[in-house]
Design a protein around this ligand. Structure first.
Ligand code: MTE
Length: 282
C-alpha cells in the first residue's frame, strides 16, 4: 500500500514534529515501520478497508478541536487541544499493540498518562467508569454512511484501568503529531487490551457510574465484551486468539507469534483483575 500515503495538500499539511522524552514503560522490541503504522489501520469512520483511513482521513479537520470532560467530576470543562498538549510533559511510549483480528505492531506513541488529566478534573466518588466518545461528522468521515457500527464510536474503561500509568492520552507517534488516520489530534491507547479499546479522535470523556455500552459490544455482544483484555485462552467465537501476525514479519507466510496474556503487560496490569473470572468478563 505504498501509494496510499496521503500526500501533503492544503487540507493535509506536512507532519509537524513533536518531541517526547523516553519512558521506562517502553518495550525494546523492534518498531513496526512508520509506513505500516500509518497505512494499515482500522478507523471505520473512514471505511472498513485497511488502506481507507490513509486514503480518506485527509478530510479530517483537526483544528479547532476541543474535548469535553463531563459527568461525575469536580472540575468538568471543555479542553482546547492546545491546552491538552501542554498539560503534562510528552513522553515517547513504545507499546506492543494487538488487534482483535490477529495482527500486532510495535508503535512509538507520544503522549502522557491519561491519569495526569484525570487527577486534574477530580473524579467524584460516584465515578466508576470512564466513557470515551469519538468524532462522528459525516461531512468529514465518509465511513459514517455505513451502519457497520452505531456512531459515534464509544469505548470505555473502569476508572482504575483508566488511571493505570500505561493508559496513554496520545497526541503523536514517531516524533510527530498524530497522523489523521491514527486518530488525530488526540486518542486513547491501552496496550494490554485489543486495539478497538483505543478510541481515536476523541471529543468527549465522561465519568460515569455504570459500565458504558461500547460500540463493538453493541454491534456483537457475544464477540466483544467490555474488558477485551488480550487473552490467548479466550478465543473469539469465530477464531482463536492464541497467536498473532506481527506486521512487517514477512507477509502472510511468516511464522505467527504466540499471543501473551495481557499482550505481555501482565506484570503491570494483572492485579487490576485479581479475583475476576476473565472468561466471563472477556
Ligand atoms: N477508533 C475509532 N474512532 N474508530 C475505529 O474504527 N478502530 C479501533 C481503534 N480505534 C477504531 C478506533 C481498532 S479495531 C484498532 S485495531 C485501532 O484503533 C487501530 O489503531 P491504529 O490504526 O492507530 O493502529
Amino acid at each position: 500500500v505504498a501509494g496510499a500515503v496521503a500526500q501533503p495538500t492544503p487540507a493535509n499539511p506536512p507532519p509537524q514534529k513533536l518531541a517526547g522524552r523516553p519512558s521506562e514503560l517502553s518495550t525494546g522490541e523492534p518498531r513496526t515501520s512508520y509506513e505500516d503504522v500509518t497505512t494499515y489501520n482500522n478507523f471505520y469512520e473512514f471505511g472498513t478497508d485497511k488502506d481507507d483511513p490513509a486514503r480518506h482521513a485527509h478530510r479530517l479537520r483537526t483544528r479547532p478541536w476541543t474535548v469535553s470532560v463531563e459527568g461525575a467530576v469536580a472540575r468538568p470543562g471543555v479542553y482546547d487541544i492546545e491546552k491538552l498538549l501542554a498539560l503534562a510533559p510528552i513522553e515517547e511510549r513504545v507499546y506492543r499493540m494487538r488487534c482483535v483480528e490477529g495482527w500486532s505492531m510495535v508503535i512509538p506513541w507520544l503522549g502522557y498518562s491519561f491519569a495526569e488529566l484525570i487527577r486534574r478534573v477530580e473524579p467524584l466518588g460516584s465515578a466508576k467508569y470512564v466513557e470515551f466518545e469519538t468524532l462522528a461528522d459525516a461531512d468529514q468521515m465518509p465511513g459514517l454512511r455505513s451502519p457497520v457500527l452505531r456512531w459515534p464510536y464509544v469505548e470505555g474503561l473502569r476508572l482504575d484501568e483508566a488511571m493505570h500509568p500505561l493508559t496513554l492520552l496520545c497526541v503523536g507517534l514517531y516524533g510527530e503529531v498524530l497522523p489523521r488516520q491514527n486518530g488525530a489530534p488526540v486518542r486513547i491507547v491501552v496496550p494490554w487490551k485489543y486495539g478497538f479499546k483505543s478510541g481515536k479522535s476523541l471529543v468527549a470523556i465522561r465519568f460515569v457510574e455504570k459500565e458504558p455500552l461500547t460500540a463493538w459490544h453493541l454491534a456483537a455482544p457475544r464477540e466483544y465484551g467490555f474488558y477485551s483484555n488480550v487473552n490467548p485462552d479466550v478465543p473469539h467465537p469465530r477464531w482463536s486468539q492464541a497467536t498473532e501476525r506481527r506486521i512487517g514479519d514477512g507477509g502472510f507466510l511468516a511464522r505467527k507469534r504466540k499471543t501473551l496474556m495481557f499482550n505481555g503487560y501482565a506484570d503491570q496490569v494483572a492485579s487490576l483483575y485479581a479475583g475476576m473470572d476473565l472468561r466471563r468478563h472477556f
